[in-house]
Design a protein. Structure first.
Length: 278
């Protein structure tokens, strides 16, 4: 089991930040903004999926996973709160979140189904966020020149995503979730997540008048498709999820632990955070 610490990030997101807050790079700012728009609803979905599945486990399994699930919920609730504050600034800048309404409409189709489906979606999405998190921690230059508060926020979030990447996966196994449905949902999540990310990023860039600039697409090619780019370098990790013997712990998370240790002054541990009812 993983010992998950809930941490309160010591930054103030009330003061506004620049539209091109990511070192003046329009594409980076737009894609990070798009990701943030998905988090408040997504994190609540993950919390509910984990909590609903724990309730269906045998008492001895509930006891085994209780502490880790509590830490997972606390971390995700903290992420949800921080990104809601970040997104309020984006709204003031005139950016419109089209991702969340699409996600909410899709998830309504799961109502009344076996809760393990929602948990399989959670495990799949958590693998995506862990891949992104580990990539960002390994390539911190992506945030060079970024607004200091936001640079800290994204590294902190990445470190905790990497830290709790086992939780939903292990809970799915404890609930006797099938390999077939695990990989089936991962294929669907891959298509839906990347499509939604692309659509929202394009919408953000269009709003900022940056969509058709050559510098925007040069940045996109470098960040996504370069030798160390997000998509190209994560292909092996993406493929690994389909293996019958896959487990998230097979992928190294040392950078997450190192960032948390080196930046302890940027947050304070708390005993628990109580997530709001969904």
């Amino acid at each position: 089991m993983t010992d998950l610490v809930v941490r309160r990030l010591l930054i103030d997101l009330k003061p506004p930040f620049a539209r091109d807050w990511c070192g003046g790079d329009a594409f980076s700012s737009a894609v990070f903004n798009a990701l943030s728009m998905s988090f408040p609803y997504g994190e609540q979905f993950f919390i509910d999926a984990v909590r609903d599945t724990v309730d269906m486990l045998a008492p001895e399994l509930q006891a085994r996973h209780k502490a880790e699930v509590k830490g997972f919920i606390g971390q995700e609730a903290t992420h949800r709160r921080i990104h809601a504050l970040f997104n309020e600034q984006l709204e003031r800048q005139g950016l419109v979140d089209h991702w969340t309404p699409r996600a909410m409409a899709r998830m309504k189709t799961l109502e009344g189904n076996d809760p393990r489906h929602a948990l399989a979606i959670t495990a799949a999405t958590e693998h995506f966020t862990a891949m992104f998190a580990d990539w960002l921690l390994a390539h911190p230059q992506v945030l060079d020149g970024a607004e200091p508060r936001l640079r800290t926020m994204w590294f902190w979030h990445s470190a905790e995503e990497s830290e709790h990447k086992n939780t939903a996966f292990d809970l799915y196994a404890a609930a006797a979730g099938s390999q077939a449905w695990r990989t089936r949902w991962f294929r669907r999540v891959t298509m839906i997540f990347l499509t939604d990310l692309a659509r929202q990023t394009v919408t953000n860039l269009r709003h900022e008048g940056q969509l058709w600039k050559l510098s925007t697409w040069r940045s996109a090619a470098r960040i996504l498709l370069g030798r160390d780019g997000l998509l190209r370098s994560n292909l092996p990790s993406w493929r690994a999820y389909f293996r019958a013997d896959f487990h998230p712990s097979q992928h190294d998370s040392d950078l997450a632990g190192r960032w948390l240790a080196d930046n302890a002054a940027m947050f304070e541990p708390v005993n628990a955070l109580r997530p709001a009812a969904s």
